[in-house]
Design a protein. Structure first.
Lengths: 951, 305
């Protein structure tokens, strides 16, 4: 490689040929161009004319220069010039490409692939084999192994197939794998790092230097990995945290929270101040919405590290209230403790009532035992077991406890109770003392008017102050608590109704209960069975099926230990480590899911520190090198064509259609004009080429009215068709979707549709197609009068249209109230349908033929799920009772869409192969419905018909 | 400003005829000056201002012995005592032979905007014929072997013959065929006169010897006049004369023009020697110019007797 400033030549020996240029100059100079041939009547007068000058005719200088330029371009082009060349590899050995493909690499993954491509291209030029080493454990769960010595092509395909893994890198294991590598010559080691220290980075680099000179490529500043730990709770509100490895400039991101169906519940700006490595923000969500939040992610960054999955731990806690069989609630509600508890807890927690053991059979966060509640010995045993496993019990005192204390109290109680105030007492009812700073209730203000008339008193013991959470003004404990096992027992020394205190009708009561509930560990700690993985995140934070090596979450792995979960942060046994066997995602089953988050427990991201001397560092955004060979050769070819034209013109062979070239008085001016014309000609040819290249796409868009060939094309085979909306992206999705659906139909049913066609409502004939897919965009033009008539007649005569507003993801049609008038696409749909005389629509009823045309279906998901699908109400006898219009909002085509290799193009939301499968099944049913009508509904009568035939 | 080519590039007889008549319409009918009274030629409409056979009354004269009795005008004789003879004006027609060069060298136009020389020659031939026929002269194409004819039909027939010869045969002669022409006829030759000089001289000499008066019209392309080409050119003849390579055409331009001028003076000298006229015409000029010059040459009696 020969370097000249920003240029370099990959094959500099070809430049030797430039030495031949002077020879070429001389040859061109002495060889005149062929004379022009001219037929001339007065030739007799020319015979024997004396020619004064015998200087040989020579090629004109400008033509020589042109030809020299062509040759020079070819020679320089063959020398393979490269613009912005990257340095030559320093060492003689192969290229060892070490790639961090953990979660932290996902954000800059396209840049990484581009950088790897560029490196491989360089290796290819230098003729070096390539070894690719990844540092994240493979998804198969197998050991890390470096690739063999690969050719550039094989390495390129390997690199293209690499995906970031949704777990951290294991550089120690990669280190072990690298030890087997031995080369005769020192290798060129390129480490494309994710920039995050895992504790082994220094050792890793050191051992890389044994292989050869090391270059480290890192993300550009400000483009490094980000981590989004699951949100925590402060003061009852969710708070999100975002962590970056390096303290840099101020930058802002948007957090987006979505629910199970992928609907956006929340967008919240989160901002790093300059110099900060952690950003925090409160996620303002009403509790109803908060309960639906399942996924929090950073907008615009596709990485498993910036996706936090939320399970029941972040939701309203289930609180059980133990009720006695003989409850006064039915007769005198205002005297019932249950009534007050119910009113206070209801807005914030999910309340369950019943006998203790019944309640504990399900998962609970807090069990509330009022004084009136009677715990039988087995109940008591169950409660104590549950507390030991992490349950929180909140108990209220009362006359019953005052008479007969039991062991289920945090402190020993004196028998009897203490009455304050009253007719026979000289003491006044006691007020509450302010909460001390170490109390869990710290920060709550005590209303002045809350007074306690009676309470049960604790036996004074040494540890009583430690166990006291709230006191009366005279210092006697009002709330005491004690840890029992991994759970907790809390006692309020007065009643939950107004019998002993007016606490129960104060706002403080509500706040105290909320604190207690939020202090509880939630429900997840309660799982006792191993939880199988349900859905997992891939490296880019998309939901996928669990990888093959994924194992269930062990029974005792206690996912509640994930920090960030409300409750007791950081306590508990080791958090299950995210890895190939435990990918981040949801575990459990459909009813109860536990989220395992990648970024849980990440306190901070440490950037890789100082690298050893001799290790070069590069940013991945260095200017890319450009191979100029093709450009130069193409330019030379263009000049060659120009030269050909000039040659033709100089010999008078220019085509007849250029009359002025043959005008009399052709002199030098004329040849200059000819050269200009030739240049124009070459330019026109190039332009024509370009137009030709761009042509097919244009031509395809201009299908005119139906010819016989088109009609035969459309009708000889069954074809699905979609309506062109004018939005090329939507049309492309429709096309890919129908291709995917056609494939499904071919493989599963006897319907064998050929490639789908697109339909322009204004021009194309509709009658050929049994079924039209019509995606609604807000921008598409309304059909003209004629097109509307055509559509109406199409629907009347047995056609079927599936309208898809595709906006389920943003809360469109699928709302219970039906066609929401405000959604822009619904408005558009309404305006389109207005002219079509569509009968009244209803949601697909149970037993509709759509649910059984081929598969038995209950739901009709597309890319989104949950959107209602509407059909004609009672089609009556027209069209044999087949609904001609079907309206949905689930973006069906995107779910069906496949690329050229048959792979799905778009992820389904919330995800999983089952949703896609269901979407395909819906498509199959739909086409079956379109093709066979109510045939399946006739099957209902088959027994009756058979019976009749038998007679 | 070169004269525009015909819209229909093919030598369609009707198109040429139309344009020839249009060109001819701008001149009064051409009466070939009766240079000499010939009593052997076909009848025409020239009043000879002397008595003789004809239809128009000329004079009465007294009967003299020897006059045929049938020539007595009895009505006039009855008015007086003497006997009168009715004499009529002698009427005679001139016959004109036309010839145009159909050799391949005539099929040349240096520029697409110019007409080929042969096309211009056709046009002039027919225009002249139209003028002559209007004047009642008899016209024939030389070499066709038909007697001169009069009337519009003759014009159309000539147009058809000319277009039939459209595919110029490579061996077409440079000079008119030596057919026996009647004495005192006229002949008009349209050609570029670029062929061998000796042939032309022989033709003119022979024809004149028979008492036929002639007119030479040289039709040239402007490029043949000025040799505007430059650079290295291999010139090739159109009648298999061979080819010549000229390295710098611009250098021989003056020599060429001198040669062309010398040849033209040779032709003019030849014409004047025999009492013929000479007209030069370029295809970039309007055909009316040539027609007008020809008109002048044919109406003015150049030979006094």
């Amino acid at each position: 490689m020969l370097s000249l400033g920003p240029f370099a030549f990959a094959a500099p020996w070809a430049l030797v040929a430039l030495a031949g240029l002077p020879l070429l100059w001389w040859l061109l100079r002495v060889t005149p161009p062929a004379p022009k041939l001219l037929r001339f009547p007065a030739i007799r007068l020319l015979f024997g004319l004396r020619q004064d000058e015998q200087t040989p005719a020579r090629t004109p200088l400008w033509l020589i220069l042109l030809r020299m330029a062509i040759v020079t371009l070819v020679i320089v082009g063959l020398a393979r010039p490269v613009l912005n060349p990257v340095d030559q590899f320093a060492a003689a050995g192969p290229l060892v490409l070490v790639v961090d493909d953990g979660w932290a690499a996902a954000r800059g993954w396209p840049q990484r692939v581009a950088a790897m491509d560029a490196l491989i291209a360089r290796a290819q030029r230098a003729g070096k084999p390539v070894i690719v080493v990844t540092t994240a454990p493979p998804a198969t769960g197998g050991p890390l192994t470096p690739s063999k010595l690969l050719t550039a092509g094989a390495a390129r395909s390997l690199v293209q197939a690499l995906q970031p893994k949704p777990w951290p890198v294991a550089r120690d294991k990669a280190l072990a794998a690298l030890e087997d590598l031995k080369f005769d010559n020192p290798a060129n080691v390129m480490w494309i790092t994710d920039g995050i220290e895992d504790g082994n980075a220094k050792d890793f680099v050191n051992s890389l230097t044994f292989l050869g000179p090391v270059t480290v490529m890192d993300d550009a500043p400000g483009k490094g990995a980000l981590a989004l730990p699951p949100p925590g709770t402060t003061a009852g509100r969710l708070t999100g945290r975002l962590i970056r490895p390096k303290a840099g400039k101020a930058e802002a991101f948007w957090l987006r929270g979505t629910d199970e169906r992928g609907r956006v519940l929340l967008r919240q700006r989160i901002e790093f101040t300059a110099g900060a490595r952690t950003a925090r923000t409160v996620l303002p969500l009403p509790s109803e919405l908060r309960n639906r939040l399942t996924r929090l992610e950073v907008e615009g960054i596709a990485s498993a590290g910036t996706v936090a999955l939320l399970d029941e731990r972040w939701r309203r806690r289930p609180v059980g209230i133990v009720t006695a069989a003989t409850d006064k609630a039915q007769t005198r509600p205002l005297l019932s403790e249950i009534f007050y508890l119910d009113r206070a807890l209801g807005p914030y927690a999910e309340l369950r009532k019943g006998p203790a053991r019944t309640l504990l059979a399900r998962r609970l966060a807090v069990l509330v035992v009022a004084d009136g509640s009677i715990l039988t010995p087995p109940d008591r045993q169950a409660v104590e077991d549950w507390m030991a496993r992490g349950g929180t019990v909140l108990r209220f005192a009362g006359p019953r406890l005052g008479q007969k204390t039991d062991s289920l109290t945090p402190v020993a109680l004196r028998a009897g109770n203490r009455a304050l105030g009253g007719a026979m007492s000289w003491t006044k009812p006691a007020r509450l003392a302010p909460f001390t700073a170490d109390s869990p209730f710290a920060g709550l203000t005590v209303p002045k008017d809350v007074v306690v008339f009676r309470q049960v008193l604790a036996q004074p013991t040494l540890d009583l102050p430690n166990r006291t959470w709230a006191r009366l003004a005279d210092g006697t404990p009002l709330v005491t608590a004690v840890d029992k096992g991994r759970g907790r027992l809390i006692l309020v020394h007065t009643t939950a109704n107004t019998e002993w205190s007016n606490l129960a009708i104060s706002g403080l009561f509500v706040e105290i209960l909320r604190r207690v509930v939020s202090l509880s560990q939630g429900v997840s700690g309660a799982h006792r069975r191993a939880l199988p993985p349900v859905t997992s995140l891939d490296g880019f934070g998309r939901f996928t099926d669990p990888p093959p090596a994924a194992q269930p979450l062990a029974a005792d792995a206690d996912a509640n230990a994930e920090t960030g979960a409300p409750g007791k942060p950081g306590a508990g046994p080791a958090r299950p480590r995210v890895g190939p066997t435990r990918p981040p995602g949801f575990y459990g089953n459909d009813t109860a899911r536990v989220a395992l988050n990648l970024a849980a427990g990440i306190k901070q991201l440490t950037p890789i520190g100082d690298l050893p001397a001799g290790v070069k560092t590069l940013a991945m955004t260095a200017p890319k090198e450009t191979d100029l060979k093709a450009v130069l050769l193409a330019f030379a070819l263009g000049l060659l064509i120009l030269d050909l034209w000039i040659g033709l013109i100089l010999r008078g062979l220019a085509p007849e259609f250029w009359p002025f070239l043959r005008a009399p008085g052709e002199g030098d001016a004329a040849s200059a004009r000819a050269a200009l014309a030739a240049a124009m000609m070459a330019f026109a040819a190039a332009a024509a080429l370009a137009v030709f290249a761009a042509g097919p796409a244009q031509a395809q868009g201009k299908a005119s009215s139906v010819t016989d060939a088109q009609a035969m094309d459309a009708t000889f085979d069954t074809r699905l068709a979609y309506v062109r909306t004018g939005d090329s992206r939507v049309d492309e999705v429709s096309r890919a979707g129908l291709i995917g659906l056609s494939q499904t139909l071919r493989t599963r049913t006897s319907v064998e549709p050929k490639a789908p066609l697109s339909v322009d409502l204004e021009r194309d004939e509709l009658t050929f197609f049994p079924f039209l897919y019509w995606p609604i965009t807000a921008a598409q033009p309304l059909p003209s009068r004629a097109a509307r008539d055509k559509l109406a007649s199409y629907l009347r005569t047995g056609g079927m249209i599936l309208f898809d507003t595709r906006d389920q993801g943003s809360g469109g049609l699928g709302m219970p109230e039906g066609l929401v008038p405000s959604a822009p696409r619904a408005v558009k749909l309404r305006r389109i349908v207005e002219g079509l005389q569509v009968p009244a629509l209803i949601p697909v009823p149970r037993g509709h033929i759509l649910t059984k045309a081929f598969y038995l279906l209950k739901t009709f998901p597309g890319r989104w799920t949950g959107g209602q699908v509407w059909v004609e109400k009672e089609a009556g006898h027209a069209n044999d009772g087949v609904s001609s219009v079907i309206i949905g909002s689930n973006d069906f085509a995107a779910a069906w869409a496949v690329d050229g290799a048959g792979q799905p193009l778009y992820p389904v939301v919330p995800g999983g192969s089952r949703q896609r499968e269901m979407a395909h099944r819906f498509g199959v049913n739909l086409v079956m419905y379109a093709l066979t009508g109510n045939y399946k509904s006739d099957q209902v009568h088959v027994p009756a018909i058979l019976e009749r035939l038998g007679q | 400003m070169p004269y525009p080519a015909s819209q229909s590039s093919s030598r369609n007889p009707h198109a040429i005829l139309r344009r020839a008549e249009a060109a001819a319409a701008q001149l009064p009918p051409l009466m070939v000056a009766a240079q000499r009274v010939a009593n052997t030629v076909w009848h025409g409409t020239h009043g000879r201002r002397r008595r003789g056979p004809g239809d128009t009354f000329w004079q009465f004269r007294h009967y003299q012995p020897g006059d045929p009795a049938y020539s007595i005008d009895w009505r006039q004789s009855a008015k007086s005592s003497s006997v009168f003879i009715r004499e009529k004006e002698w009427i005679a027609a001139q016959s004109v032979w036309l010839w145009r060069d159909a050799s391949p060298s005539m099929a040349y136009a240096s520029n697409r905007r110019l007409t080929e020389k042969v096309e211009r020659a056709d046009l002039l031939t027919l225009a002249l014929a139209a003028l002559l026929l209007q004047a009642g002269e008899h016209v024939a194409l030389a070499g066709e072997g038909r007697p001169p004819a009069a009337g519009h039909g003759a014009l159309e027939r000539m147009a058809a013959v000319l277009s039939r010869e459209a595919s110029l045969p490579t061996d077409a002669p440079n000079t008119p065929p030596m057919e026996p022409l009647p004495r005192y006829a006229n002949i008009v030759l349209f050609s570029d006169f670029l062929g061998p000089m000796e042939e032309l001289a022989a033709t003119v000499g022979t024809t004149t010897a028979r008492g036929v008066l002639g007119h030479l019209v040289q039709i040239l392309d402007p490029a043949e006049e000025s040799l505007p080409f430059a650079g290295r050119i291999r010139f090739e003849g159109m009648e298999a004369e061979g080819s010549t390579l000229i390295n710098r055409t611009e250098n021989v331009r003056q020599d060429y023009r001198n040669r062309l001028q010398a040849r033209r003076e040779q032709i003019i000298a030849l014409a004047h020697h025999h009492g013929w006229s000479f007209t030069l015409h370029h295809t970039d000029r309007p055909p009316q110019e040539a027609l007008l010059a020809l008109y002048g040459a044919m109406t003015v009696p150049r030979v006094q007797w």
